[in-house]
Design a protein around this ligand. Structure first.
Ligand SMILES: Cc1cc2nc3c(=O)[nH]c(=O)nc-3n(C[C@H](O)[C@H](O)[C@H](O)COP(=O)(O)O)c2cc1C
Length: 403
């Protein structure tokens, strides 16, 4: 199973193709839109988040609310282009030579602007200097289509009782690095309704944090950063429940589930670190506090704790999968940073364009989507199935065996 996205941030639309889904998975556009609207969440979001809401159009692969086994084709029009705001149809015109279109010649530090222009030749004639093509594809607008594609696979997981959720655990200086600080609240939600209960609770907070006091402190922190013309990064945790034993493998490095989950997180713009289970803390603690004792209850295997985050030997062990991602602060700051003009080589301060103070809450929902995708791929590798019915029978047979 694979997906591809295409399209520029201010072009006509984003498109996506999901290939390899079994036939018979229940999916509707509303299922996809649910997660698209969650991507807009977050205090401190400005610019596009305020003016744009996504609604997916399904162009193929789904009939009578179920997949057909054929590629699922998705379309997300870009509102800015459609409403002809700021002349985007001319700026992003497919034809012509762009005569009269303003060029962007100040690359922003912390973005793909300069390296992208150097790599694709937009730093020099005949197609430059102009970093617009780099900005428009490297921007996180692309994650809207990624969320849409991954949501199709997520519906397959949901129909098998597998849920993926997330919450933000740190925003800049506010939050806790030790999972012990939030494990109790998180586990109570997981016991109540799996990872879906976790994300639904987190969605009630403007910063997707568990606990009103923490959310309020984070919002104050965001307000202060905004006042100082600065931006904030943070850390979020993604949890998957109902994941069967046996996804991934130790047999080859690139089949390890933990490695693949790390790639799922780091494939998202601006994500800079990943932890699985106890993560960094596991490097500081003795083995007796890190490894999870094995239990046997009737015909069920279990673990006394879940420091491993649901993966041992690169294979899911039936415990909740737990991964955390760290997002760097947004590189577009009101406070200017140093750069140089691509056309003249002259040193210049960056120019501010309306942007978020922090996008960590939004990034956490994107990470949920990409983690769900990896789980779906690993599930299909283990169980296969051209039809959802065949897949479900195999998964349920394993569950009955005590997996
Ligand atoms: C959900 C999300 C929203 C983002 N919003 C913005 C934004 O509003 N302004 C901005 O400058 N960068 C934003 N970014 C960050 C840039 O996409 C990112 O910094 C850029 O891709 C370079 O980071 P990289 O070097 O890790 O790819 C956002 C990232 C994500 C994941």
């Amino acid at each position: 199973m694979r997906y591809l996205t295409a399209g520029e941030s201010h072009g006509e639309a984003l498109v996506g193709i999901v290939e390899g889904m079994p036939a018979g998975v229940p999916v509707t556009p509303a299922d996809i839109d649910e997660h698209l609207s969650r991507r807009w969440l977050g205090y401190g979001r400005g610019g596009r988040a305020k003016v744009e809401r996504d609604q997916v159009r399904v162009l193929g692969g789904i009939r009578f609310s179920h997949t057909m086994g054929s590629p699922v084709a998705l379309l997300l029009p870009n509102a800015a282009y459609e409403k002809d705001r700021a002349g985007w149809p001319e700026t992003m015109a497919v034809m012509g030579d762009g005569d009269g279109v303003e060029r962007v010649t100040l690359p922003r530090p912390g973005h793909a602007d300069l390296v992208g222009a150097q790599k694709y030749g937009f730093d020099r004639p005949p197609h430059g200097p102009d970093v617009r093509p780099v900005i428009d594809r490297s921007s996180a607008r692309e994650t809207a289509m990624r969320v849409a594609c991954c949501s199709v696979a997520r519906q397959m997981l949901r129909a098998l009782g597998i849920e993926v959720g997330s919450h933000v655990v740190r925003l800049g200086e506010v939050g806790l690095d030790d999972p012990a600080g939030w494990a109790e609240d998180r586990d109570a939600l997981l016991a109540e309704g799996g990872a879906r209960a976790l994300y639904e609770k987190a969605d009630q907070s403007e910063v997707r944090m568990l606990g009103d006091a923490l959310s309020e402190r984070a919002i104050e922190h965001i307000k202060a950063a905004k006042k100082a013309g600065d931006t904030l990064g943070g850390v979020y945790e993604v949890v998957a429940t109902g994941v069967p034993v046996g996804l991934g493998s130790y047999a080859q490095g690139d089949r390890r589930l933990d490695g693949r989950l790390a790639q799922a997180i780091l494939s998202i713009q601006a994500q800079k670190a990943v932890e699985v289970g106890d993560g960094w803390l596991a490097g500081r603690r003795p083995g007796s506090e890190v490894h999870d004792p094995i239990t046997r209850d009737g015909d069920r295997w279990g673990r006394e704790s879940n420091h491993a985050g649901g993966v041992e030997g690169g294979i899911s062990n039936g415990q909740p999968l737990v991964v955390r991602g760290t997002m760097k602060p947004i590189p577009t700051l009101i406070k200017p940073l140093g750069t140089a003009d691509l056309a003249t080589g002259e040193a210049q301060p960056t120019r501010y364009e309306r942007s978020d103070v922090t996008s960590v809450p939004a990034a956490s929902t994107v990470a949920e989507a990409t983690v769900a995708w990896e789980i779906a791929v690993a599930l299909l590798e283990r169980y296969g199935g051209d039809t959802f019915g065949a897949l479900r029978e195999r998964v349920e047979a394993d569950r009955e065996r005590g997996f």
